[in-house]
Design a protein around this ligand. Structure first.
Ligand code: URA
Length: 229
């Protein structure tokens, strides 16, 4: 790989900024200053900039406990993005696996592996997701049947796929869905005359949110967790 590209991929600097850093003699490769952006970095070379050794990361897979008030986008002019919580130089190359609303918290997966995220988000895969919902009106047994039979969401012509509603108490429930329609869970409750006050995703497929992660915390997935999808 060219040295300017190597710098860009390991630091998050643009190619132009990386070329400047190289030209100004700030980078050493295996102990020698290297000023040519086109220089081919040998495998296992020791590349140092600003006193730090730079290393190309392999594919990145992580889970974050998404806090309220941030958006699942790489850039946003109005709100903080979920990537602002990551201390990773290449965060511009990452994407969220699906999205959670601004006012939804919980398990969010982030990666740079498009094939992996496609396996989770593709409607054909029917990957189940579990949400914990707190609602304003009392939940009733009939709601379980309505969620199982499919609901008509405002502005849509097809019913939602069968979903499981597990009532925890009068105003709390777990919802298991495998679709990913816009604001789906909130709209499902609206379809039965209720209103979601708080929504938190607990699980995607077999993967549960790590209880040690407080809102805004993240960790890399283990190889076993990556292999779940
Ligand atoms: N359903 C919603 O309504 N919001 C989310 O963020 C996810 C699912």
């Amino acid at each position: 790989m060219r040295l300017d590209r190597f710098i860009s991929e390991t630091t998050g600097l643009s190619r132009k900024e990386s070329a400047k850093v190289v030209q100004s003699g700030e980078v050493t490769v295996d102990g020698s200053v290297q000023k040519k952006g086109a220089f081919q970095v040998p495998e296992h070379a020791e590349v140092i900039w600003g006193g730090e050794q730079l290393e190309v990361l392999g594919p990145v897979y992580l889970m974050i406990n998404k806090p309220l008030g941030c958006v699942c986008a790489n850039h946003d002019s109005a709100h903080m993005t979920v990537f602002a919580h990551l201390d990773i130089p290449i965060s511009d190359k990452l994407h969220t696996v699906g999205r959670l609303d601004l006012d939804t918290s919980g398990l969010l997966l982030i990666t740079d592996d498009g094939k992996w995220s496609h396996r989770i988000t593709s409607p054909k895969k029917k990957c189940p997701k579990v949400y914990h919902a707190w609602v304003s009106e009392p939940l009733i047994e009939d709601n379980i049947k309505a969620f199982a039979e499919g609901l008509e969401l405002t502005g849509e012509t097809t019913l939602t796929a069968p979903a499981v509603l597990e009532i925890i108490n009068e105003r709390e429930a777990l919802v298991h869905v495998h679709e990913g329609r816009y604001h789906q869970v909130r709209r499902m409750f609206a379809a039965v005359g209720n209103n979601v006050e708080k929504l938190h995703r607990e699980q995607v497929g077999e993967l549960k949110l790590d209880p040690d992660l407080t809102p805004g915390d993240y960790r890399f997935l283990t190889a076993e967790e990556v292999a779940l999808f």
